[in-house]
Design a protein around this ligand. Structure first.
Ligand code: SF4
Length: 326
């Protein structure tokens, strides 16, 4: 059923309020706001990605589209090359739809995965319409920071099948310090309530299916020295949605070279290290004690090598940014 609240269109770029930053710049005129992108669709990578959670990547991969720029811009961004440095090329919607159709044919990808698409929402809608015209009917996944406007999420209802938002912070002060978004906890929660009301919980958990086709999976990345924030995020999710909400608990955080070079802020020293096993265990035990039973858990030993590098650290200057991608 058509959404009664709002529709997203290319007109939105003229006085951009697509995300909570509400910059009100005219992106059609070359102006840029916080996300640093005009209305020219810029993408850093399109490919079959195998590093998502098992019901998302499956055997054939998730068809990821990494949009250049970001409306949140966390100082520790694990994809800083595209969010801060603007790596990417300009595409038309037709070209993106064409690339995705090729991935469907060549790989049998399980879904189309728009990664951090907020500042290009109208383009994603056009891409979905083009795919539907050619009967490309695999699930559409919106993979987002959690910092969304409620109105934008309402407008996505007809186009999204799966939502995979982060829930990064319950602590407003931390959200302000690391992402300049003191209102993050409120925006994330109201958006998540809307997502769950539209699509329910991820069906791979509910129906015990190997590949997800619909629903919501919430991601949380544990940050160094921030156990209490992680616990509060989990408690918030439990109180609002109960123990069945699907959660992906991630421990892959690593300090990027961008963060390590950030010597302006001595305050960020606590972010310049990996999380400890003790921190992970404390957060994980809290999740278990709350009774969450639909969890993907990235245990620390799954990613730490002897040299303490991570396979989850992408390099978007390479043609294939993620190790193991085809
Ligand atoms: S999408 Fe970009 S320009 Fe638009 S409100 Fe958000 S940060 Fe500002």
């Amino acid at each position: 059923m058509a959404n009664i609240y709002s529709e997203l269109s290319f007109e939105d770029y003229k006085h951009c309020t697509l995300c909570p930053r509400e910059c009100k710049v005219d992106r059609t005129n070359g102006q840029t706001g916080y996300c640093r992108e005009t209305d020219k669709l810029k993408i850093s990578s399109i490919g079959a990605h195998f590093g998502e959670e098992p019901p998302i990547s499956g055997k054939n991969g998730s068809g990821t589209v990494f949009f250049t720029g970001c409306s949140l811009k966390c100082c520790y961004c694990q994809n800083y090359q595209i969010s801060f440095q603007g790596i990417g090329d300009f595409y038309t919607c037709e070209q993106v739809a064409g690339e995705l159709r090729k991935l469907v044919e060549s790989h049998g990808i399980h879904n189309i995965n728009f990664v951090t698409p907020d500042h290009f929402f109208p383009h994603t809608i056009r891409i979905v319409e083009l795919l539907r015209k050619t009967n490309t009917s695999i699930p559409i996944l919106y993979n987002m920071s959690g910092y969304q406007k409620l109105e934008s999420v309402k407008a996505l209802e007809e186009y999204a099948d799966i939502y995979m938002p982060d829930f990064k912070y319950a602590d407003k002060q931390l959200a302000k310090e690391l992402s300049h978004a003191e209102d993050y906890p409120d925006r994330a929660l109201e958006s998540l309530i809307e997502m769950v009301s539209q699509k329910g919980f991820l069906d791979s958990f509910i129906d015990d299916k190997p590949i997800a086709t619909k629903g919501v999976l919430v991601r949380h990345l544990i940050l160094p020295g921030q156990v209490q924030n992680s616990k509060d995020v989990l408690t918030t999710l439990f109180l609002e949605f109960g123990k069945d909400i699907p959660i992906s608990l991630m421990s892959q955080y690593y300090p990027t070279s961008m963060l390590m070079k950030n010597d302006k802020s001595a305050d960020l020293m606590y972010m310049k290290k990996r999380i400890t096993l003790k921190e992970f265990e404390e957060v994980y035990e809290h999740a278990v004690s709350l009774g969450f039973r639909n969890m993907h858990v990235q245990f620390p030993q799954n990613f730490r090598s002897k040299k303490d590098k991570t396979d989850f650290a992408p390099d978007f200057e390479k043609e294939k940014p993620f190790k193991g991608n085809r």
